[in-house]
Design a protein around this ligand. Structure first.
Ligand SMILES: NC(=O)c1ccc[n+]([C@@H]2O[C@H](COP(=O)([O-])OP(=O)(O)OC[C@H]3O[C@@H](n4cnc5c(N)ncnc54)[C@H](O)[C@@H]3O)[C@@H](O)[C@H]2O)c1
Ligand SMILES: [Zn+2]
Length: 450
C-alpha cells in the first residue's frame, strides 16, 4: 500500500475539529506529531483516541501495517540449526562466490579465540576474510561507520556476523549502507531501503535475540541515546546458522538474560495485536521450550540437549515476532538499553511480568494459554486466575535463573522515567502491544519494575 505522509504544513486539513483520524495508509511525519501535540490535537486510529502522547511516525507506520489485510512472513533463504551445522554453513558461504568477507564480531569473542577458530575454517576452504571486532553491546552508529570503512578499504563483497544480537545488528546496518548509501538514521522505520544489502551470513552464538534470522536491526543513536529500529526485509540475512556448539561457552548470567529475551519474544508475539495462527504456533512452542530447557542450560552450560533446544526456542520466537511484532516490554527495554547501556535480555526479563500484568485486562485468555505453555495446571480455573498463575510462573523462572529483581538494582533512576516513557510510546514495538496506554501508564509500569 502506498503511504501518504501528513506533514506539519497540511496537518490541519486532515483534522476534524481537535481530532485527527489517522486512516490506514497515512503516516505522520515527526514534525506533524510535534505540531499536533503543541496544538492539543488528539490523534485517533480506528476511531480510538490514543491521547496526546503521540506515537512517532514509525509507530503510525507499524499501526497502519498491522491494520492492513493479511500477514507477511519473512525468513532467511536458508537456516541451519543443530550441532555441527557450522561446517555446512561455511560450505554455503563458499557457494556465494564472494571475493572477501567482512567478519563483524566483538572483542570478547575475538579474545576467547572463537573468531580465530572460525576464520581458520574459512581459510581452509579458500574464503578470504577481514575482521571488525569493535561491536559494543547495544551497537552504535559509530560501530557501524567503523565497520563500513573497513569493508570499503578492503573491498569486501559479503558480510558475516559472528556473535549475539549486537554483531548481527551491526553487520546488518553495515551491509545495508554498503549498497544503499546514507546513514543508519535514514532507514529507521519500515522498509526504507531500495536495494538488497550485501550477501549476509549470520553465525549465532547466543540464544537469544534471533537477530540472525530477523528483518530487525537495532542501532543506538549516540547523540540521542535512542535505540533506532530499522525494520527492513533487506536486512534479513541470506543464511542463518545456529550451531549450539558455539553456545556452550556462554556463562550462566548470559544464558539467563538471552534466554529470557527469547521468552519475551514468544510472549509478546503471542499477545501482539498483529498475531496470526502461524505466529501463535511458533510462539507457543518457543515458550514451552524456554520454560523446560532454560533452567537446565543455566544450571549446566554443558547440557547439550538444553543448549540445542534453546537454540530452536529462540529461533521460533524470532519467527513469531519477525511477523507478529512485539510490545511494551521491548518498547520500554529499548529505552533502558539506550539511556543506561543495560543488557537487552536483562531489561526484558525485569519488565516482562509487569507488562504481562498491565495486559491482563485485554488479554486474559491468551495469558491463560501462556500459563499452560509455562507448565501450570490451570484445569478448572477461569481465564483471569489462570493468567495470573502464568505471570507468577514467569516470576518463578526469573528467580530460578537468577535475573536481578528490579530496575533500581540496575541503577535506573526515577527521574529518568518520564522521558523514557515518552520515547517508549514512540518505539516501533509499542504499536502492537495489545493494550494501548498513556504516558502516565507507561511511567507506572516502569515504577512498578523499580
Ligand atoms: N535484530 C533483532 O531482531 C534483535 C532482537 C532482539 C535484540 N536485539 C539486539 O541484540 C542486542 C543484544 O544481543 P545479545 O543479547 O545476543 O548479546 P550481545 O551480542 O550484546 O553479547 C553480549 C556479550 O556476550 C558475549 N558473548 C556472545 N556469545 C557468547 C558465547 N557463546 N560465549 C561467551 N560470551 C558470549 C559477547 O562477547 C558480549 O560481550 C541488543 O542490542 C538488542 O537490542 C536485536
Ligand atoms: Zn529482544
Amino acid at each position: 500500500m502506498k503511504k501518504q505522509l501528513i506533514r506539519e504544513s497540511n496537518l490541519q486539513s486532515f483534522c476534524q475539529g481537535n481530532t485527527l483520524y489517522l486512516q490506514p495508509g497515512y503516516i505522520l511525519s515527526p514534525g506533524a506529531l510535534d505540531k499536533a501535540r503543541d496544538l492539543g490535537i488528539k490523534v485517533c486510529r480506528n476511531d480510538e483516541a490514543v491521547g496526546n502522547e503521540h506515537p512517532s511516525a514509525v509507530v503510525a507506520e507499524f499501526a497502519s501495517q498491522a491494520m492492513s489485510a493479511g500477514h507477511e512472513f519473512i525468513m532467511p533463504r536458508q537456516s541451519l540449526l543443530g550441532f555441527g551445522c557450522l561446517n555446512k554453513g561455511i560450505e554455503r558461504l563458499k557457494s556465494l562466490n564472494c571475493k572477501k568477507v567482512l567478519v563483524v564480531t566483538d572483542a570478547v569473542l575475538n579474545q576467547t579465540g572463537l573468531v580465530g577458530t572460525v576464520t581458520d575454517r574459512f581459510s581452509a576452504r579458500g574464503i578470504v576474510s577481514v575482521v571488525y571486532d569493535g561491536t559494543q553491546p547495544n551497537p552504535t552508529t559509530t560501530n557501524v561507520s567503523e565497520g563500513l570503512s573497513i569493508l570499503k578499504r578492503h573491498q569486501c563483497d559479503a558480510v558475516v556476523s559472528l556473535g549475539g544480537g549486537s554483531p548481527h545488528d551491526c553487520a546488518k546496518a553495515i551491509a545495508l549502507l554498503a549498497t544503499n548509501g546514507g546513514e543508519v538514521a535514514d532507514y529507521e522505520g519500515v522498509d526504507k531501503s531500495t536495494h538488497p544489502c550485501l550477501p549476509l551470513v549470520a553465525i549465532n552464538t547466543t540464544a537469544g535475540t534471533a537477530s540472525e534470522m530477523t528483518r530487525f536491526c537495532i542501532i543506538t543513536n549516540e547523540r540521542s541515546h535512542i535505540k533506532m529500529a530499522i525494520v527492513d526485509q533487506n536486512v534479513t540475512p541470506a543464511i542463518a546458522i545456529n550451531d549450539p556448539e558455539l553456545m556452550l561457552g556462554m556463562p550462566a548470567s548470559l544464558t539467563a538474560a538471552t534466554g529470557m529475551d527469547a521468552l519475551t519474544h514468544g510472549v509478546e508475539a503471542f499477545l501482539s495485536s498483529s498475531a496470526s495462527p502461524v505466529t501463535d504456533a511458533v510462539a507457543s512452542k518457543a515458550i514451552k521450550l524456554v520454560a523446560e530447557y532454560l533452567p537446565r542450560a543455566v544450571k549446566d552450560g554443558a547440557d547439550r540437549e538444553a543448549r540445542e533446544q534453546m537454540a530452536y526456542a529462540q529461533y521460533m520466537a524470532g519467527m513469531a515476532f519477525n511477523s507478529g511484532g512485539l510490545g511494551y516490554v521491548h518498547a520500554m527495554a529499548h529505552q533502558l538499553g539506550g539511556v543506561y547501556g543495560l543488557p537487552h535480555g536483562v531489561c526484558n526479563a525485569v519488565l516482562l511480568p509487569h507488562v504481562m500484568m498491565y495486559n491482563l485486562s485485554t488479554s486474559a485468555e491468551k495469558l491463560s494459554d501462556i500459563a499452560r505453555y509455562m507448565g501450570c495446571d490451570v484445569y478448572g480455573m477461569d481465564a483471569h486466575n489462570a493468567a495470573v498463575l502464568g505471570i507468577k510462573a514467569v516470576c518463578k523462572l526469573l528467580l530460578e535463573v537468577g535475573v536481578p529483581g528490579g530496575l533500581s538494582e540496575l541503577g535506573v533512576k526515577a527521574e529518568d522515567i518520564p522521558l523514557m516513557a515518552i520515547n517508549a510510546l514512540r518505539d516501533a514495538c509499542a504499536a502492537t502491544n495489545p493494550r494501548q496506554g498513556t504516558q502516565a501508564e507507561i511511567e507506572q509500569i516502569f515504577k512498578n519494575a523499580l
